[in-house]
Design a protein around this ligand. Sequence first.
Ligand SMILES: C[S@@+](CC[C@H](N)C(=O)[O-])C[C@H]1O[C@@H](n2cnc3c(N)ncnc32)[C@H](O)[C@@H]1O
Length: 296
Amino acid sequence: MLEAEQLKVKVRDFWNENPCGTKFAQIEVGTKEFFAAIEKHRYESEWHIPEMAEFPSWKGKKVLEVGCGLGTDAIQFARAGASYTGIDLTPRSIELVEKRFQQENLLGNFQIADGENLPFPDNHFDLVYSHGVLHHTPDTQKAINEVHRVIKPGGKALIMLYHRNSYNYYGNIMFFRRLGAQILKYSWGPSLVNLLTKEDINALNRLQNDMKKNPQHFFSKEEFLNQNTDGAGNPLAKVYSRKEASLLFSRFSQVNTEVRFLNKRWIPLLGKLLPRAIESPIAKIWGWHLWIIGNK
Ligand SMILES: C[S@@+](CC[C@H](N)C(=O)[O-])C[C@H]1O[C@@H](n2cnc3c(N)ncnc32)[C@H](O)[C@@H]1O
């Protein structure tokens, strides 16, 4: 099997075992209460998402979401009256999103599929939306070319990728977390990190083993980023500057970028105290979420 294919299998297995966001609700996965708790948490901490996605404006339009995960944004498009299609690499996400739509008696089309090979004809959707997905796929450029292909002329892409020039990348991940990772050198390290962060203890033990086996690889920028964005064991995460991201969208006739989300829980001491009036302008420069808006 080719290297990229092997990596894709690891990506699929990781997300199938850890459906995105489940750690934010300690309630039985798949229940109405679970989905309600996930939704509440998402839009309280990432309050910019509805502002960027403009869910009500897609009423009656054909929307494709690439990497729908648990379907929290999916349900907003459907409630707003969009004709919604969601794909995800993992059977687990598709199972959960289908359940969620059934609970609300809403219609949607769902498929297990790969964003790098979309199973849809050319010029088909008014909007292709993807939040926090395409930086986890091995060939991000191929996936964005696929997004472009399936959008109707005059249609729009709204894609969120992780932002390199952000507090989260340079401050939290590359400074504080690298410093903190030294704790894993000690036998009691995984238990302490588990206590502080609620990160899965088995994943932390595996991480400790990896660090001991090959510290050079463990502390390399790429591998450190993989392990410190979406949980220990994540095989792939990438970051982009505005310029790098715009280049990925060069097939689009017009491209704009917007930056949001300060990830306040990773700002020691001050994070929780920051009022939105201060958080918002900082997030627009050094935020973690880089939104790319492409018009075909
Ligand atoms: C961080 S989660 C984001 C989920 C959701 N969009 C959200 O914002 O909550 C990443 C999701 O992308 C999916 N994914 C990763 N690579 C993919 C690919 N090549 N094609 C389709 N889905 C993919 C994963 O299975 C996972 O559900």
